[in-house]
Ligand binder design. Structure first.
Ligand code: SF4
Length: 381
Protein backbone atom coordinates (compact mmCIF):
# COMPACT_ATOMS: atom_id res chain seq x y z
CA UNK A 1 0.00 0.00 0.00
CA UNK A 2 2.74 2.44 1.00
CA UNK A 3 4.61 2.11 -2.31
CA UNK A 4 1.42 2.81 -4.18
CA UNK A 5 0.61 5.88 -2.05
CA UNK A 6 4.11 7.28 -2.51
CA UNK A 7 4.01 6.72 -6.27
CA UNK A 8 0.66 8.44 -6.48
CA UNK A 9 1.98 11.29 -4.35
CA UNK A 10 5.00 11.75 -6.59
CA UNK A 11 2.72 11.76 -9.62
CA UNK A 12 0.61 14.53 -8.11
CA UNK A 13 3.59 16.59 -6.99
CA UNK A 14 5.32 16.42 -10.38
CA UNK A 15 2.16 17.14 -12.36
CA UNK A 16 1.63 20.86 -12.94
CA UNK A 17 -1.68 20.24 -14.69
CA UNK A 18 -3.15 19.67 -11.17
CA UNK A 19 -5.12 16.67 -12.35
CA UNK A 20 -6.85 15.83 -9.07
CA UNK A 21 -7.99 19.43 -8.74
CA UNK A 22 -9.21 19.35 -12.36
CA UNK A 23 -11.38 16.32 -11.54
CA UNK A 24 -12.79 18.25 -8.60
CA UNK A 25 -13.50 21.17 -10.90
CA UNK A 26 -15.14 18.94 -13.53
CA UNK A 27 -17.41 17.60 -10.81
CA UNK A 28 -18.64 21.17 -10.25
CA UNK A 29 -16.36 22.18 -7.36
CA UNK A 30 -14.52 25.47 -6.95
CA UNK A 31 -10.75 25.70 -6.51
CA UNK A 32 -8.78 28.33 -4.58
CA UNK A 33 -5.02 28.63 -5.06
CA UNK A 34 -2.89 29.12 -1.96
CA UNK A 35 0.39 30.89 -2.63
CA UNK A 36 2.89 30.35 0.20
CA UNK A 37 3.53 30.79 2.99
CA UNK A 38 0.46 30.53 5.27
CA UNK A 39 -3.14 30.51 4.02
CA UNK A 40 -6.14 29.95 6.32
CA UNK A 41 -7.31 26.89 4.40
CA UNK A 42 -10.20 26.39 6.82
CA UNK A 43 -11.98 29.40 5.29
CA UNK A 44 -11.75 27.86 1.82
CA UNK A 45 -12.74 24.39 3.00
CA UNK A 46 -15.70 25.73 4.95
CA UNK A 47 -17.03 27.21 1.71
CA UNK A 48 -16.97 23.72 0.15
CA UNK A 49 -14.00 24.68 -2.05
CA UNK A 50 -10.67 22.96 -2.62
CA UNK A 51 -7.56 24.73 -1.26
CA UNK A 52 -4.81 24.04 -3.80
CA UNK A 53 -1.13 24.57 -3.05
CA UNK A 54 0.34 26.78 -5.79
CA UNK A 55 4.10 26.75 -5.32
CA UNK A 56 5.57 27.44 -8.73
CA UNK A 57 6.32 25.22 -11.66
CA UNK A 58 9.24 23.16 -10.39
CA UNK A 59 11.37 21.85 -13.23
CA UNK A 60 8.49 21.54 -15.69
CA UNK A 61 7.89 25.11 -16.82
CA UNK A 62 9.81 27.02 -19.50
CA UNK A 63 9.53 30.74 -18.97
CA UNK A 64 8.15 32.34 -22.13
CA UNK A 65 6.16 35.33 -20.89
CA UNK A 66 6.70 35.81 -17.15
CA UNK A 67 10.27 37.07 -17.48
CA UNK A 68 9.03 40.30 -19.03
CA UNK A 69 6.89 41.09 -15.96
CA UNK A 70 9.65 40.81 -13.36
CA UNK A 71 13.20 41.92 -12.82
CA UNK A 72 15.83 39.25 -13.40
CA UNK A 73 16.86 39.11 -9.72
CA UNK A 74 13.60 37.65 -8.46
CA UNK A 75 13.00 34.19 -6.98
CA UNK A 76 11.87 31.44 -9.37
CA UNK A 77 8.54 30.73 -7.69
CA UNK A 78 7.15 34.16 -8.60
CA UNK A 79 8.04 33.83 -12.26
CA UNK A 80 7.05 30.21 -12.71
CA UNK A 81 3.71 30.70 -10.92
CA UNK A 82 2.92 33.57 -13.25
CA UNK A 83 4.04 31.50 -16.22
CA UNK A 84 1.69 28.70 -15.16
CA UNK A 85 -1.04 31.32 -15.35
CA UNK A 86 -0.01 32.52 -18.82
CA UNK A 87 0.14 28.95 -20.08
CA UNK A 88 -3.42 28.37 -18.90
CA UNK A 89 -2.42 25.76 -16.33
CA UNK A 90 -4.02 27.76 -13.54
CA UNK A 91 -7.21 28.19 -15.53
CA UNK A 92 -8.93 25.93 -13.00
CA UNK A 93 -8.65 28.53 -10.25
CA UNK A 94 -11.72 30.46 -9.15
CA UNK A 95 -9.62 32.44 -6.71
CA UNK A 96 -6.05 32.74 -5.48
CA UNK A 97 -4.81 34.07 -2.15
CA UNK A 98 -1.49 35.79 -1.56
CA UNK A 99 -0.22 37.32 1.65
CA UNK A 100 2.17 39.92 2.99
CA UNK A 101 5.29 37.77 3.08
CA UNK A 102 7.51 39.97 0.91
CA UNK A 103 7.51 42.60 -1.86
CA UNK A 104 7.68 39.93 -4.55
CA UNK A 105 4.49 38.23 -3.38
CA UNK A 106 2.80 41.62 -3.14
CA UNK A 107 3.77 42.47 -6.72
CA UNK A 108 2.80 39.01 -7.96
CA UNK A 109 -0.63 39.45 -6.45
CA UNK A 110 -1.10 42.73 -8.37
CA UNK A 111 0.26 41.28 -11.61
CA UNK A 112 -2.17 38.36 -11.25
CA UNK A 113 -5.07 40.69 -10.68
CA UNK A 114 -4.27 42.68 -13.78
CA UNK A 115 -3.60 39.73 -16.08
CA UNK A 116 -6.34 37.33 -14.94
CA UNK A 117 -9.41 39.48 -14.30
CA UNK A 118 -11.70 36.43 -14.20
CA UNK A 119 -10.01 35.09 -11.06
CA UNK A 120 -10.75 36.49 -7.61
CA UNK A 121 -7.34 37.59 -6.25
CA UNK A 122 -7.08 38.46 -2.58
CA UNK A 123 -4.13 39.62 -0.54
CA UNK A 124 -4.00 38.99 3.19
CA UNK A 125 -2.29 41.62 5.31
CA UNK A 126 -0.91 39.76 8.30
CA UNK A 127 -0.17 41.76 11.46
CA UNK A 128 3.28 43.26 11.81
CA UNK A 129 3.02 44.25 15.47
CA UNK A 130 2.24 41.15 17.49
CA UNK A 131 2.49 42.91 20.83
CA UNK A 132 -0.23 45.44 20.06
CA UNK A 133 -3.31 45.11 22.27
CA UNK A 134 -5.48 45.06 19.16
CA UNK A 135 -3.58 42.42 17.20
CA UNK A 136 -6.10 39.57 17.52
CA UNK A 137 -8.98 41.95 16.75
CA UNK A 138 -7.11 43.13 13.68
CA UNK A 139 -6.35 39.59 12.50
CA UNK A 140 -9.94 38.54 13.05
CA UNK A 141 -11.21 41.46 10.99
CA UNK A 142 -8.79 40.60 8.17
CA UNK A 143 -9.95 36.99 8.19
CA UNK A 144 -13.57 38.20 8.17
CA UNK A 145 -12.87 40.34 5.11
CA UNK A 146 -11.27 37.40 3.28
CA UNK A 147 -14.12 35.09 4.32
CA UNK A 148 -16.74 37.54 3.04
CA UNK A 149 -14.99 37.74 -0.32
CA UNK A 150 -14.70 33.96 -0.53
CA UNK A 151 -18.41 33.67 0.16
CA UNK A 152 -19.04 35.56 -3.06
CA UNK A 153 -16.83 33.06 -4.92
CA UNK A 154 -18.48 29.93 -3.58
CA UNK A 155 -22.03 31.26 -3.24
CA UNK A 156 -22.33 29.58 0.16
CA UNK A 157 -22.52 31.24 3.56
CA UNK A 158 -19.33 30.37 5.43
CA UNK A 159 -21.11 30.17 8.76
CA UNK A 160 -19.47 29.70 12.13
CA UNK A 161 -20.75 26.12 12.23
CA UNK A 162 -19.17 25.28 8.90
CA UNK A 163 -15.93 26.96 9.92
CA UNK A 164 -15.80 25.14 13.25
CA UNK A 165 -16.25 21.83 11.43
CA UNK A 166 -13.40 22.72 9.06
CA UNK A 167 -11.12 23.59 11.97
CA UNK A 168 -11.65 20.07 13.35
CA UNK A 169 -10.76 18.49 10.00
CA UNK A 170 -7.61 20.52 9.47
CA UNK A 171 -6.49 20.04 13.08
CA UNK A 172 -6.71 16.31 12.45
CA UNK A 173 -4.72 16.63 9.21
CA UNK A 174 -1.99 18.72 10.85
CA UNK A 175 -1.82 16.33 13.79
CA UNK A 176 -1.11 13.46 11.40
CA UNK A 177 1.57 15.46 9.62
CA UNK A 178 3.07 16.27 13.03
CA UNK A 179 3.07 12.54 13.88
CA UNK A 180 4.98 11.80 10.69
CA UNK A 181 7.48 14.53 11.54
CA UNK A 182 7.87 13.12 15.06
CA UNK A 183 8.48 9.64 13.68
CA UNK A 184 11.16 10.94 11.32
CA UNK A 185 12.77 12.90 14.17
CA UNK A 186 12.82 9.89 16.50
CA UNK A 187 13.53 7.09 14.01
CA UNK A 188 14.81 8.71 10.83
CA UNK A 189 15.83 5.34 9.41
CA UNK A 190 12.13 4.47 9.06
CA UNK A 191 11.02 7.37 6.89
CA UNK A 192 13.10 9.40 4.51
CA UNK A 193 12.52 13.10 3.97
CA UNK A 194 11.72 12.53 0.30
CA UNK A 195 8.95 10.10 1.33
CA UNK A 196 7.60 12.41 4.00
CA UNK A 197 7.73 15.41 1.68
CA UNK A 198 5.93 13.69 -1.22
CA UNK A 199 3.21 12.39 1.05
CA UNK A 200 2.79 15.75 2.78
CA UNK A 201 2.82 17.83 -0.39
CA UNK A 202 0.29 15.55 -2.11
CA UNK A 203 -2.10 16.69 0.61
CA UNK A 204 -1.90 20.24 -0.70
CA UNK A 205 -3.15 19.01 -4.07
CA UNK A 206 -6.17 16.90 -3.16
CA UNK A 207 -9.23 17.10 -0.88
CA UNK A 208 -8.24 16.81 2.77
CA UNK A 209 -10.89 14.13 3.41
CA UNK A 210 -9.14 11.95 0.81
CA UNK A 211 -5.72 12.61 2.21
CA UNK A 212 -6.41 11.91 5.88
CA UNK A 213 -6.97 8.14 5.39
CA UNK A 214 -3.80 7.96 3.28
CA UNK A 215 -1.85 9.63 6.08
CA UNK A 216 -3.31 7.29 8.69
CA UNK A 217 -2.49 4.16 6.71
CA UNK A 218 0.98 5.38 5.70
CA UNK A 219 1.86 6.36 9.27
CA UNK A 220 1.00 2.86 10.49
CA UNK A 221 3.19 1.31 7.76
CA UNK A 222 6.12 3.62 8.41
CA UNK A 223 5.94 2.85 12.12
CA UNK A 224 6.10 -0.89 11.53
CA UNK A 225 9.02 -0.69 9.10
CA UNK A 226 12.26 -2.29 10.17
CA UNK A 227 15.42 -0.49 9.12
CA UNK A 228 18.91 -0.22 10.57
CA UNK A 229 20.22 3.26 11.39
CA UNK A 230 22.97 4.51 9.04
CA UNK A 231 26.05 6.57 9.86
CA UNK A 232 24.53 10.00 9.32
CA UNK A 233 24.53 13.38 10.94
CA UNK A 234 21.21 14.79 12.12
CA UNK A 235 20.37 18.11 10.48
CA UNK A 236 17.64 20.73 10.51
CA UNK A 237 16.81 22.28 7.14
CA UNK A 238 15.90 25.95 7.44
CA UNK A 239 14.76 28.62 4.91
CA UNK A 240 12.82 26.51 2.38
CA UNK A 241 9.47 27.78 3.65
CA UNK A 242 8.22 29.32 0.37
CA UNK A 243 9.80 28.28 -2.93
CA UNK A 244 10.36 24.53 -2.80
CA UNK A 245 13.69 22.90 -3.59
CA UNK A 246 13.88 20.25 -6.33
CA UNK A 247 13.25 16.77 -4.94
CA UNK A 248 16.62 15.77 -6.37
CA UNK A 249 18.29 18.21 -3.98
CA UNK A 250 16.59 16.66 -0.95
CA UNK A 251 17.71 13.24 -2.22
CA UNK A 252 21.29 14.51 -2.47
CA UNK A 253 21.28 15.69 1.16
CA UNK A 254 20.05 12.29 2.29
CA UNK A 255 22.46 10.32 0.10
CA UNK A 256 25.35 12.50 1.29
CA UNK A 257 24.80 11.35 4.87
CA UNK A 258 22.18 13.64 6.41
CA UNK A 259 19.22 12.52 8.44
CA UNK A 260 16.93 15.53 8.09
CA UNK A 261 15.23 15.49 11.48
CA UNK A 262 13.30 18.73 11.05
CA UNK A 263 12.66 21.16 8.22
CA UNK A 264 10.51 24.09 7.17
CA UNK A 265 9.45 22.76 3.77
CA UNK A 266 5.88 23.93 3.03
CA UNK A 267 5.93 25.53 6.46
CA UNK A 268 2.67 27.42 6.03
CA UNK A 269 0.67 24.20 5.77
CA UNK A 270 1.76 23.26 9.28
CA UNK A 271 2.13 26.72 10.69
CA UNK A 272 0.80 26.08 14.18
CA UNK A 273 2.67 24.64 17.14
CA UNK A 274 -0.62 23.75 18.80
CA UNK A 275 -4.06 22.93 17.35
CA UNK A 276 -6.38 25.79 16.42
CA UNK A 277 -8.91 26.28 19.24
CA UNK A 278 -11.98 24.13 18.69
CA UNK A 279 -14.29 25.97 21.09
CA UNK A 280 -15.70 29.47 20.76
CA UNK A 281 -16.07 31.77 17.74
CA UNK A 282 -13.99 30.12 14.98
CA UNK A 283 -12.70 33.28 13.28
CA UNK A 284 -11.38 34.39 16.66
CA UNK A 285 -9.73 30.99 17.14
CA UNK A 286 -8.01 31.19 13.77
CA UNK A 287 -6.85 34.73 14.53
CA UNK A 288 -5.53 33.71 17.95
CA UNK A 289 -3.78 30.68 16.45
CA UNK A 290 -1.87 32.93 14.04
CA UNK A 291 -0.95 35.47 16.70
CA UNK A 292 -0.15 33.20 19.64
CA UNK A 293 0.12 29.64 18.33
CA UNK A 294 2.14 29.82 15.14
CA UNK A 295 5.76 28.99 14.63
CA UNK A 296 8.65 31.38 14.11
CA UNK A 297 9.32 32.19 10.46
CA UNK A 298 11.26 34.67 8.37
CA UNK A 299 7.94 35.95 7.04
CA UNK A 300 6.24 36.32 10.41
CA UNK A 301 7.23 39.35 12.44
CA UNK A 302 7.06 38.87 16.17
CA UNK A 303 9.53 40.39 18.59
CA UNK A 304 8.10 38.32 21.43
CA UNK A 305 9.61 35.18 19.85
CA UNK A 306 12.92 35.86 18.22
CA UNK A 307 13.35 33.82 15.07
CA UNK A 308 16.95 32.88 15.76
CA UNK A 309 15.96 31.61 19.21
CA UNK A 310 13.22 29.59 17.50
CA UNK A 311 15.82 27.96 15.27
CA UNK A 312 18.11 27.13 18.18
CA UNK A 313 15.14 25.61 20.05
CA UNK A 314 14.29 23.52 17.00
CA UNK A 315 17.85 22.24 16.80
CA UNK A 316 17.75 21.26 20.48
CA UNK A 317 14.31 19.65 20.30
CA UNK A 318 15.21 17.56 17.30
CA UNK A 319 18.61 16.68 18.77
CA UNK A 320 20.23 17.88 15.55
CA UNK A 321 23.99 18.09 15.06
CA UNK A 322 23.87 20.84 12.45
CA UNK A 323 21.75 23.16 10.33
CA UNK A 324 21.56 23.22 6.54
CA UNK A 325 20.44 26.69 5.59
CA UNK A 326 18.64 26.19 2.27
CA UNK A 327 17.16 29.41 0.85
CA UNK A 328 15.82 29.90 -2.65
CA UNK A 329 18.02 32.13 -4.78
CA UNK A 330 16.94 35.81 -4.41
CA UNK A 331 14.58 35.05 -1.49
CA UNK A 332 15.05 38.24 0.51
CA UNK A 333 13.30 37.22 3.76
CA UNK A 334 15.43 34.08 3.98
CA UNK A 335 18.69 35.70 2.96
CA UNK A 336 18.29 38.66 5.32
CA UNK A 337 17.64 36.28 8.19
CA UNK A 338 20.69 34.20 7.36
CA UNK A 339 22.83 36.87 9.01
CA UNK A 340 20.85 36.59 12.26
CA UNK A 341 20.65 32.80 12.19
CA UNK A 342 24.33 32.40 11.47
CA UNK A 343 25.29 34.62 14.38
CA UNK A 344 23.02 32.66 16.75
CA UNK A 345 24.29 29.30 15.50
CA UNK A 346 27.89 30.35 15.89
CA UNK A 347 27.26 31.59 19.41
CA UNK A 348 25.69 28.23 20.25
CA UNK A 349 28.55 26.34 18.50
CA UNK A 350 26.17 24.64 16.08
CA UNK A 351 27.78 23.82 12.72
CA UNK A 352 25.94 25.03 9.63
CA UNK A 353 26.16 24.94 5.86
CA UNK A 354 24.52 27.18 3.25
CA UNK A 355 23.02 25.43 0.20
CA UNK A 356 21.23 27.85 -2.10
CA UNK A 357 18.82 26.46 -4.71
CA UNK A 358 16.61 27.34 -7.66
CA UNK A 359 13.54 25.49 -8.86
CA UNK A 360 15.26 24.59 -12.08
CA UNK A 361 18.40 23.08 -10.73
CA UNK A 362 19.45 20.10 -12.79
CA UNK A 363 22.88 19.14 -11.54
CA UNK A 364 23.68 18.64 -7.92
CA UNK A 365 27.26 17.40 -8.05
CA UNK A 366 28.82 20.51 -6.56
CA UNK A 367 26.27 20.49 -3.76
CA UNK A 368 26.80 16.77 -3.20
CA UNK A 369 30.54 17.35 -2.78
CA UNK A 370 30.00 20.23 -0.36
CA UNK A 371 27.50 18.29 1.76
CA UNK A 372 29.63 15.14 1.78
CA UNK A 373 32.64 17.16 2.92
CA UNK A 374 30.54 18.82 5.62
CA UNK A 375 29.16 15.47 6.83
CA UNK A 376 32.58 13.81 6.83
CA UNK A 377 34.10 16.71 8.75
CA UNK A 378 31.53 16.08 11.48
CA UNK A 379 31.48 12.28 11.45
CA UNK A 380 35.22 11.86 11.53
CA UNK A 381 36.23 14.89 13.55
S1 SF4 B 1 10.71 32.73 -2.29
FE1 SF4 B 1 11.11 34.39 -0.83
S2 SF4 B 1 11.18 36.25 -2.07
FE2 SF4 B 1 10.17 34.67 -3.31
S3 SF4 B 1 7.98 34.93 -2.94
FE3 SF4 B 1 8.72 33.46 -1.47
S4 SF4 B 1 9.26 34.62 0.40
FE4 SF4 B 1 9.08 36.06 -1.32
Amino acid sequence: MLTEVLERSRGLVEDTTYRRALDWKKAGGKVVGCFPVYTPVELIHAGGMLPLGVVGGGTSVELAHADSRFQSFVCSIAKSTLELGFQGRLGLLDAILFSSICDVARNLSSVFKRNFPGVHVDYLHYPQNMSSAGVIDYMESELRRVRDNLQRVCGVEISDDRLSASILVWNRWRALIADLYALRRDEPQKISTVELYLLFRAGTLMPVEEHIPLLEASLAEFRSRTAKPRDCIRVVVEAAFCEQPPIGLIEVLEEAGCYIVDDDLLRGWRFFDTPVGEEGPPLRSLAAAYVDGSTYSSVRHDWRKKRWEGLIDRVRLSRADAVIFMPAKFCEPALFDYVLYREALEKASIPHLMVEFEEKMWTFERTRNEVETFVESMLFD
